[in-house]
Design a protein around this ligand. Sequence first.
Ligand SMILES: NC(=O)N[C@@H](CC(=O)O)C(=O)O
Ligand SMILES: [Zn+2]
Length: 428
Amino acid sequence: MNRWLLRGGRILGGDPADILIAGDSIAEIGAGLTAAGAEIVDAGGLVVLPGLVDLHTHLREPGREDAETIESGTLAAALGGFTAVHAMANTDPVADTAGVVEQVWLAGHEAGHCDVAPVGAVTVGLAGERLAELGAMADSHARVRVFSDDGRCVADPLLMRRALEYVKAFDGVIAQHAQEPRLTEDAQLNEGEVSARLGLAGWPAAAEESIIARDVLLAGHVGSRVHICHVSTAGSVELIRWAKARGIAVTAEVTPHHLLLTDDLAVSYDPVFKVNPPLRTAADVAALRAGLADGTIDAVATDHAPHPVEAKECEWAAAAPGMIGLQTALSVVALAMVETGLLDWAGVADRMSIRPARIGRLTTHGRPIAVGSPANLTLIDPTARWVVEPSVLVSKSRNTPFLGKELPVRVVHTFLHGTPTVLDGKPA
Ligand SMILES: NC(=O)N[C@@H](CC(=O)O)C(=O)O
Ligand SMILES: [Zn+2]
């Protein structure tokens, strides 16, 4: 049997302890453990977290293998400390049938770098007209629980209501990309001072907030679960706080980039900063950080959105929105939340593993680091710094605003069901 002895790591940043992995689970935790025949990993100085779980990853396969493949995207995930990712449905073909979600699940399983939980489309072809076969996707081998037309908003309120009602039967959740389409036609960046100065069409906060207000009311009305993708405004945080206080089953995610970057970066006209929803103001960033710290926002999700060079090395208006983020997520969260004292490592584990796993109903991820739990673990060096060189990025795309930047915190080892996927920062 597979046996690994992780020596002296600090579980969630606490006191040093040894962890013995046997097979796919944690067999023992304690001081001075010995285990004949086990491979030893010196975890001295490292912090041990439950394997990170991403609720929002664009793996681009099938259809856009020039931007990313399941192999390259999940390897980036493992190097970023993730043991599970939810693969968004805006592929080509769209993941709107049991056949496509099973294909994505199987390809993830064969790649073996992390578990892949396919997200099913809410509507056929993401067209927003008819519901996709949600039940068949839930019942498939992929066991889909998260459904989203992400990239597009489910704009029709009746269709949204029906989707919320439908997924109750199998404890699913609708993950809404909250963007009122008419209010954001041609929108290029946050509507405000910067958009006015640059003369580009703005994306008002109200386009996000009006959909969130509508959808929390619908979810409350039908008694179903709604999840809000990539929350980006202070008003959205307030609405979600209000809905949670009323007992509505709403959860929400924020991206690392929305926790750190602001819309004034667009004055460079560099499309690397073009993303959907757009970067907002410093006041929004402060509200997002506070909302994540107090748990109003449940989770950090990367919205890893790879695009080929030609989609980014062009004029701002012609560029595709999106940034890659799997390999930088933990570092950016450390910068925005840990170094500012807003979250400790236990808090990071909660927002990047425990809660996202619960939202996605992944039973073997986001478990406490305890005897008997599945050995999905991420060991990080909290004092290390690294430079985001192109050579360390394994995604097929390079569209990150952090290229060339120095970031804190390095992912050192990642274990997936008891087997290392990353050792010493390298693919195992
Ligand atoms: N976030 C983005 O800017 N782009 C995403 C779609 C999405 O998550 O909305 C993509 O698929 O490229
Ligand atoms: Zn989206």
